[in-house]
Design a protein around this ligand. Structure first.
Ligand code: MRU
Length: 347
């Protein structure tokens, strides 16, 4: 499987495949400044935890490139980074990648160009993400049985990363090994990352996919058609609780009720030892427009309120295993997650 052309740095600009326009139009947007990139992240032109983080890392290079090198440089540079930090609160990759770039900036050699150093570091993060995807694909495929069918939620594929995916990296690897029969993809309301993006990615790769309404997932699991659930994550807390797209938690409950293994695939850049438990994860609330309008028509009476969380938290007790680039954490808890993060072999 070749990486998808999700993002590319060309001539002082970050070129992004505009995911708001998929699957009908494959168009790119060029971000030449931080405000354009911040708007692209906020409106999900680029989305998915690892992709948001790497785009923001390139954003730090843009911040340096577009700031005049005078005594006010540091203040203005850091202000631009805070604009990026304010775009989306849940995916921890955003904050990890920007923090890494701050360290690069603080450790510049004398006479070293900040933009060049930050760009090198962003390229490195992109390469690390691709390597992590490949490793997670291999670890995850080992857990699946030949001839299996799997259910996934949202889009945790090449579009959500530097180009290969987390949950979908496992699916691509299982397909390459000839082990996979079919993928079921939840449509993922309200922004339809499953029906618009996951089905686009999988059909492009020649992998059979059936899309279902989110509300049909429990019945599907009960029917016995699914051998494993495989999803990504936006933030894994220190105790193994995992935030992911809204609608993931009910699937985990249904999977447990019907004895179907539930796997969460996430690189260590998505693990957040600084957040003790799932309840402590900041959950993004999104606007009324995503619920009130469909196909250009207003569907909600003006008097009706809304509750539109973009993510939910699946407790570690419902997760059969967490899969990261260093290996598999079965029945995750605080101790096994910490062991994996520290790189010990007995996780
Ligand atoms: O709101 P989104 O589309 O950015 O949410 C994305 C998800 O929830 C993905 O499942 C998650 O980032 C894992 S991606 C590899």
């Amino acid at each position: 499987m070749q990486p998808l052309p999700t993002m590319r740095w060309t001539d002082g600009s970050l070129r992004l495949l505009d995911q708001r326009r998929l699957p009908r139009n494959e168009v790119y947007i060029d971000c030449r400044d931080v405000d354009t990139l911040a708007e692209a992240i906020r409106t999900l032109a680029v989305r998915g935890a690892p992709a948001i983080g790497i785009a923001a890392a390139y954003g730090c290079a843009l911040a340096a490139l577009t700031t005049p090198s005078n005594p006010g440089f540091r203040k203005e540079f850091l202000r631009k980074l805070s604009v990026l930090e304010g775009t989306r609160p849940t995916a921890v990759n955003l904050f990890h990648c920007i923090d890494r770039q701050k360290v690069v900036y603080d450790n510049l050699g004398s006479g070293e160009d900040p933009a060049e150093a930050l760009l090198r570091s962003a390229h490195l993060m992109r390469e690390e993400d691709l390597d992590a995807s490949r490793a997670m694909g291999r670890f995850g495929a080992e857990l699946l049985k030949p001839g299996c069918s799997v259910l996934t939620h949202c889009n945790a594929g090449g579009l959500a990363t530097a180009g290969l995916g987390t949950a979908l990296a496992v699916i691509y690897e299982a397909w390459d090994r000839g082990m996979l029969k079919k993928v079921y993809a939840d449509e993922t309301r309200p922004l339809l990352q499953g029906s618009r993006l996951t089905s686009w990615e999988l059909t492009r790769a020649g992998i059979p996919v059936d899309v279902l309404p989110d509300s049909a997932a429990a019945s599907l699991l009960r029917s016995g058609r699914v051998d494993a659930v495989i999803v990504g994550s936006d933030r894994v807390a220190a105790n193994g609780d995992a935030a992911n797209k809204i609608g993931t938690y009910p699937i985990a409950l249904a999977a447990a009720a019907h004895g179907v293994p539930f796997y969460v695939v996430a690189p260590l850049s998505t693990f957040d030892p600084g957040t003790a438990r799932g309840e402590d994860i900041a959950i993004e609330q999104r606007g009324r427009g995503e619920l009130a309008v469909s196909g250009g028509s207003v569907l909600l009476p003006e008097e009706a309120g809304i509750w539109n969380p973009a993510f939910d938290v699946t407790p570690a007790s419902l997760i059969t295993a967490l899969i990261c680039e260093k290996g598999v954490i079965s029945s995750p808890d605080g101790r096994s997650v910490e062991t994996m993060i520290r790189g010990k072999s007995d996780a």
